[in-house]
Design a protein around this ligand. Sequence first.
Ligand SMILES: Nc1nc2c(ncn2[C@@H]2O[C@H](COP(=O)(O)OP(=O)(O)O)[C@@H](O)[C@H]2O)c(=O)[nH]1
Ligand SMILES: [Mg+2]
Ligand SMILES: [Zn+2]
Length: 325
Amino acid sequence: MSDESKAQSSTRMITGRVMRLDAKVVHVEAGGVVRLCATRGKLFENLGDRKGPVAVGDFVTVDPTGDPQSIEAVQPRKNYLSRIASSHDPREQVLMANVDHMYVVASVAKPGFSSNRTDRILAACMQRSIPATLIFNKIDIDKKGVLGELRETYAKAGVSMLETCATEGEDGPGMERLREALANKTSGFYGASGVGKSTLLNAIDPELKIKVGKISKYWTAGKHTTTHSQMHRLPIGENSWVIDTPGIRVFRPFGLQREDLRDLFPDFLPFQKQCHFPNCTHDHEPDCAVYDAVETGAIAPTRYGSYFEMLDEIGGHQGHADDDE
Ligand SMILES: Nc1nc2c(ncn2[C@@H]2O[C@H](COP(=O)(O)OP(=O)(O)O)[C@@H](O)[C@H]2O)c(=O)[nH]1
Ligand SMILES: [Mg+2]
Ligand SMILES: [Zn+2]
C-alpha cells in the first residue's frame, strides 16, 4: 500500500468494542452495528506470555475498508481480569477487559456453593482492583440453609453481596438493586456453569433471550450453553454493557506472587498484623495469628482453605487437566 492510500484508509478508521471472539472472527460493535473482523497478523507478534492480543470488552481500532474488516490496534486497557490459560498452557488468558464491576455468581444449591471457586475469583478481582459483588442465586432452593453462614463469612471479608432468585424474573428478590447497579457500566458475570448467570441476565432484559441450560445435565454430562464470553448491551441508562461468560472449573489468577496473595484476603488483615513474622504467609510459620484465628473460627476455614490451595499452586503445584466446563 502506498503512503498516500495508507493515510486515506487511516482517516476511515473507526473505534469499536469487542463483543465476542470466535476462533478466527472477532465481533466488534461500533455505532450499533456488529462487524465481523479479522485480527491483523502484526498484533500476534511480541505477545510474550500473553495468549492472544484481543479480549471481550477491548476497545479496538478497525479498518472497515478491507474484506474482512480488520482490527488494526487494541487500545490500552483500563483494567482486565486474567487467569493462567490452563494446566498445559502457562500463558496469560485475558477473560475480559475494561470492566467497571464484576459479579461473581454462585448458587446456594444445584450446584452447591463452591468456596474455592468463589474465593479465587474474588482474589483475582482484588488483584486487578476490580470492584466485585458476590451474587448468591437460587435462594429459593436453599434447603440446607447455607445462606446464613455464607453471609457471615463474606461480610467478614468485606465483600458486597446480593441474593437473587433469577427464575422469578424481573420482580424477583435483588433484581431491582441489580438493575440499578448495572446502569451506565460494563459489568462482568463470572462463575461456575449452571449457577444462573444467563438466567439473571434474561431477567434483567428479556429481549436478550440468552440460552439457559437444563439443570439436570450440568454435572452429569458437563453440558454448557454459553460457549463463548459474550457482551450484550442493556436497555438501561445510556451506556450499559454486561459480559456473560461460560462456566469455569478452575480459575488460577495470572501473575500472582506468593507474598502478595495474603493481601487479597481482606478477612486475614486484622489478624496477620499480629503474626510473628511480618511477611508471614500463614503456611507453617510459628506464632501465626491467622492460623489461630482459623482455629477459633474468627476466620472461616473455607477461606483459609482457598488461600492455602492457591498458595500451594503458586509454589509449583500442577492443577487439574480440565479448566473449562
Ligand atoms: N431454582 C432456581 N433455578 C434457577 C435459578 N436461576 C437459574 N436457575 C436454573 O439453573 C439452570 C442454569 O441456568 P443458566 O442461566 O443457564 O446458568 P449459567 O450456566 O450460569 O448461565 C437453568 O435450568 C435455570 O432455570 C434460580 O434462582 N432458582
Ligand atoms: Mg450461561
Ligand atoms: Zn501468619
